[in-house]
Design a protein around this ligand. Structure first.
Ligand code: ADP
Ligand code: MG
Length: 330
């Protein structure tokens, strides 16, 4: 093991080389920070593009937010156990893709995780491990297999009272993909949408080189240990470095296995490279749940997907498609 890599923690700030003609804006949407970058002719044109992207992200937030009582998602949740709800084709398709990812990950990813009883608290208030039966009971309403989708009527039905869906582990990625698609359609040849670490980039930087992501130690963010090109793809990091709880020397992450009710262990951060941010977002969460070995085996079977994992015992591992030794050390 490379000594320089041993103490590393991942984090993904973005390096912007060649700032000319690239314009930035930071906004808070979907409960997180979005940093938007577009390459444009001038400031006025860039402002139009940035407004377009922000409008799109806000629109998606209104559709998928479970906090907003007026969203279609909230209506689906309110009608759990009583009736099917007709939704926009866009939301229907998102739910259908999410259940597809549940099948792919054998339930590690599950939008009905939102039905979970909140027995784990990651704010320091939890002083002892919850009881095993309480943990098992906390996930009894979860189950993507139970979600009933009618493709002709575009209806979604959660058959048990108390069932809920939520897009916490896929929504930011979806919004980033949509904002990018809209900007590309509007003629923006190059840009970056970064939703607090859910990032998609297209085109080249103004100086003609690929956009790069810096992989750094958050305890020493000034020194990236690797630079990787994003080049038309998406990069998403899920990390538990802020939200976790420890019992008997085991560190439990804020991402919970929807099949067992136990928080994920073994991983501090998972960074997924994929063609789309939506898939990268969902897979980053899934890999956390799967754990190190299963997570890497899983990714190695998926063409076009890669992962870099930092483990709780400070190892840095990657899937077959990434060679950290040759990744552009600064
Ligand atoms: P972050 O953006 O906090 O790094 P993620 O993208 O991994 O995290 O999403 C974590 C959020 O996803 C949680 O806060 C919760 O809302 C939801 N979630 C947690 N576990 C799962 C799961 N197994 N499947 C689907 N969603 C989950
Ligand atoms: Mg995620």
């Amino acid at each position: 093991m490379n000594r320089a890599v041993v103490l590393i923690f991942l984090f993904l700030p973005l390096l912007l080389r060649g700032q000319d003609n690239s314009y930035h804006r930071t906004v808070k949407l979907m409960g997180c920070r979005f940093d938007l970058t577009v390459v444009a002719e001038d400031e006025q044109q860039a402002a139009g593009y940035l407004d377009l992207a922000i409008g799109e992200i806000s629109r998606i937030e209104r559709l998928i937010s479970s906090w907003d009582a007026d969203s279609q998602t909230s209506e689906i949740n309110r009608q759990a156990g009583s009736s099917a709800v007709e939704v926009d084709p866009e939301l229907f398709d998102l739910i259908q893709r999410a259940t597809g990812i549940s099948r792919l990950t054998d339930g590690a990813f599950d939008i009905s995780y939102a039905s979970m009883d909140k027995i784990w608290h990651f704010d320091g208030s939890l002083k002892e491990m919850p009881a095993a039966d309480a943990i098992a009971a906390s996930v009894s309403k979860i189950g993507y297999q139970k979600i009933r989708l009618d493709a002709d009527l575009h209806t979604v039905y959660l058959p048990e009272a108390g069932m809920k869906i939520g897009f916490g582990a896929i929504g930011k990625g979806y919004a980033a993909d949509r904002a990018r698609a809209l900007l590309e359609a509007a003629g923006v040849r190059s840009g970056i949408i970064n939703a607090s670490g859910d990032l998609t980039a297209w085109g080249k930087q103004p100086d003609g080189t690929d956009w790069m992501v810096a992989i750094t130690n958050p305890l020493n963010k000034a020194n990236a240990f690797a630079w990787l090109p994003v080049a038309g793809r998406a990069v998403v990091t899920s990390g538990d470095y802020e939200k976790y709880v420890s019992f008997d020397g085991v560190r439990y992450a804020h991402i919970i296995d929807p099949r067992t009710g136990y928080p994920a262990t073994g991983i501090i951060s998972a960074t997924v490279f994929a063609p789309r941010a939506e898939l990268a977002d969902a897979l980053a969460t899934s890999i956390f749940v799967m754990g190190v070995d299963t997570g890497i085996d899983f990714v190695n079977q998926l063409p076009g997907i890669d992962v870099i994992i930092v483990t709780t015992d400070n190892r840095v591992l990657s899937s077959a498609g990434i060679d950290l030794k040759t990744a552009n050390h600064e």
